[in-house]
Ligand binder design. Structure first.
Ligand code: ZN
Length: 284
């Protein structure tokens, strides 16, 4: 059975249909309530989790309580220009190796959290997010998926004003403001997907479909990204990879379109779920 791992009000949990399994209670303390602890022992945790059924339910699920499934990653990688159409709309050449930047881990927020707009040029980027479940360095592409705990939905919220203020542009700060990394609603194990290399993803803003794509259109797929990143950096359990966004971001639309207070960003990926993040003006 596949695993839908969630962070419910700060506690490691499994989603089983409409029911919730509190990991610490159902495992009688074998696994702690900290979602990061489950990630750090993912292989053992996954084996336990796959054996859970309706009899282990500890309560109903309440979507409002969902927090980021991986709340404190040690590293958060972002990949730029990883969909051909997005590279084309940004008028950049298709890269020959992955374009890597960082989002600082403190930007990670939950699937229903608000996004504070600090400028009038804040943009959306729906992305498939990979969570690492097994430590590794120099991982071969053929072994890469064994190091992945699961997939979740992410928004690589980007303040374009900050991102392009400097010459050359620098990505990290403008993509790392608090709350600029919504993730969730659950971390889903790879065996849940009929075709894990080709998932539909979409982003709506204020009810308008802005992005529509398929992960099969990635230039560098998940195994290639895991192999490439692990060539340079040890990947740790809980590390996140934002794998890039398809076409349709606001900064390349004509006319340009950015997020406004009161608008809701709805981000969805087939087989994982939907996040809803409302935009609010940042306090002056
Ligand atoms: Zn991105």
């Amino acid at each position: 059975m596949s695993i839908r791992f969630a962070n419910v009000a700060g506690r490691a949990s499994l989603l089983l249909g409409d029911a919730l399994v509190d990991v610490a209670r159902a495992s009688h303390g074998r696994f702690s309530d900290d979602p990061m602890a489950a990630l750090s022992a993912w292989d053992a945790f996954a084996e336990w989790a796959r054996g859970r059924g309706p009899g282990d339910a500890t309560g109903p699920r309440a979507p409002a309580d969902l927090r980021p499934p991986v709340p404190r990653p040690s590293k958060v990688f972002g990949i730029g220009m990883n969909y051909r159409e997005h590279a084309a709309e940004a008028k950049l050449e298709v890269p020959t190796s992955p374009v890597v930047f960082t989002k600082f881990p403190s930007c990670i927020s939950g699937p229903f959290d608000e996004v504070e707009l600090f400028s009038d040029r804040v943009d959306w980027e729906v992305e498939l997010v990979v969570a690492i479940g097994r430590r590794g360095r120099r991982i071969a592409e053929a072994d890469a998926l064994a190091h992945v705990a699961g997939y979740t939905v992410g928004q690589d919220i980007s303040d374009r004003r900050m991102q392009f203020a400097d010459r050359p542009p620098q990505f990290s700060l403008g993509k790392s403001l608090d709350g600029y990394g919504p993730t969730g609603p659950a971390l889903v194990s790879l065996d849940a997907f009929a075709n894990l290399n080709d998932l539909a993803l979409s982003c709506d803003v204020a009810g308008e479909r802005m992005q529509r794509g398929r992960t099969g259109d990635m230039i560098f797929g998940v195994p290639a990204l895991v192999a490439y990143l692990s060539k340079w950096c040890t990947l740790e359990p809980g590390d996140l990879i934002f794998t890039g966004t398809p076409a349709g971001v606001g900064s390349t639309r004509d006319p340009r379109r950015y997020l406004a207070p009161g608008e809701e960003i709805v981000s969805a990926i087939e087989g994982i779920g939907t996040m809803r993040n409302r935009c609010v003006a940042a306090p002056a």
